[in-house]
Design a binder for this molecule. Structure first.
Ligand code: SF4
Ligand code: SF4
Length: 380
């Protein structure tokens, strides 16, 4: 298992993580066994947005004896009322629900205290201007929450969270289909009535990734498989099927992303996700699927897939393109991006314009031209 730093939290999290949502489908013995098995595979981050007592108990038992090696995302604002999940900002429910996570997990801290599921502007305004946010800060100040995070599906809200300066990481929904769609306050509407060809990555999402990278905000990913819809050509919005490894690779190659949290029903599914760590470049390759999909248009846009390798000048074309895209969105090239670009060693100015890479790019990127522009932009 490889580990990545989760932005400014400094935590070293496993690339493949554990989304706890499906634990409620299992009896306690099975659920605890799944968590322990994931731990043996090197997985060390788990999300618990679920407010139901059983899921929380299972996670507590699954990590018991190993609390120090697990990073837990515990959510503030996810409550259990009348036997059902209820997102709320009402403190008379928020406080006991958060205290319940700690009690059921037999711990006195959450590594990541998540402001739970803010998708609308109205809810953001409520969260940021009421006792709710004071409570989050209080938990952080007293060390009950080690780091403050926020979960959202909406890039507009995520961008505002990045701007606060106190949100250190995000739990954000990322997959190749979502990335094409503009922000919405209701996830269920995202693909409603949509039958036109996809038209490249949504600019707001691209800006979010750039901002996360620039401000060192780590991201953990939810909905990386689009609820399994991407595995079937009939339900995939692209009209073509992806494998779990391809979905994982897509998420993990977005700027700012540290870990993808996958839901598991079986040990085989854990093995399938962890297989990413030893997968070949061909197995990870989502690019050829996207490029041949009946419904898409990534034409001319670099997806950082690395399909264009090898380069006789040994340029890491995907990384150069990534830094170019990050830099070009700003009026002035950010120092952090410049430093990362220079750390590549071999930069765009080494391009000999052989164009051998261009015939291998599934998206028709004019690579030699981009190398020229990149060298001009960064001055090397
Ligand atoms: S055109 Fe430039 S970037 Fe592409 S393979 Fe040739 S030297 Fe490498
Ligand atoms: S230039 Fe094309 S092949 Fe190379 S990383 Fe970008 S999209 Fe992939």
């Amino acid at each position: 298992m490889k580990y990545r730093q989760l932005g400014k939290t400094g935590l070293q999290v496993s690339e493949i993580g554990f989304g706890g949502e499906w634990l409620e489908r299992h009896d306690e013995e099975e659920a605890v066994e799944l968590i322990r098995y994931a731990g043996t595979k090197g997985i060390n981050i788990i999300d618990c947005w679920m407010p139901d007592p059983k899921s929380r108990d299972c996670i507590g038992k699954g990590i018991a004896g190993n609390r120090g090696r697990w990073f837990v995302q515990g959510h503030v604002g996810s409550t259990y009322q009348n036997g059902q999940y209820m997102r709320t900002r009402d403190m008379k429910h928020v406080v006991p629900a958060f205290e319940d996570i700690l009690k059921r997990m037999d711990t006195d801290y959450m590594d990541l205290g998540m402001i739970h599921y803010v998708d609308s502007q109205e809810d953001w305004d409520v969260c940021m201007n009421t006792e709710f946010i004071q409570y989050v800060h209080k938990l952080h100040d007293e060390g009950t929450i080690r780091h403050i995070g926020l979960s959202t599906h909406n890039p507009k809200i995520a961008l505002q969270a990045v701007e606060t300066g106190f949100v250190e990481m995000l739990l954000f929904s990322i997959n190749p289909a979502f990335d094409m769609r503009p922000a919405t306050e209701n996830l269920d509407d995202m693909f409603e009535g949509y039958d036109a060809a996809f038209s490249g990555i949504d600019p707001e999402r691209a800006r979010l990734y750039q901002q996360c990278e620039e401000k060192n905000i780590g991201m953990t990913v939810m909905k990386g498989y689009f609820g399994g819809r991407l595995f079937d050509e009939k339900t995939s919005p692209f009209g073509t099927a992806f494998t779990p490894v391809q979905c994982i690779h897509y998420a993990l190659t977005r700027p700012g992303v540290s870990s993808i949290l996958v839901g598991y029903d079986t040990k085989e599914q854990i093995d399938q996700a962890v297989a990413y760590e030893t997968a070949s470049d061909d197995e990870k390759d989502y690019a050829s699927i996207l490029a041949s999909a009946p419904m898409h248009s990534y034409s001319g846009q670099c997806t950082y897939c690395g399909h264009c390798k090898p380069c006789p000048a040994e340029i890491d074309i995907a990384m150069v393109n990534k830094f170019y895209d990050l830099a070009v969105q700003q009026e002035k090239v950010p120092e952090s991006v410049k430093a990362h670009y220079e750390a590549l060693g071999i930069t765009a100015s080494s391009c000999i314009e052989c164009r051998s890479c261009e015939s291998r790019c599934p998206f028709g990127v004019e690579i030699a031209e981009r190398m020229k522009k990149t060298a001009e932009l960064f001055g090397k």
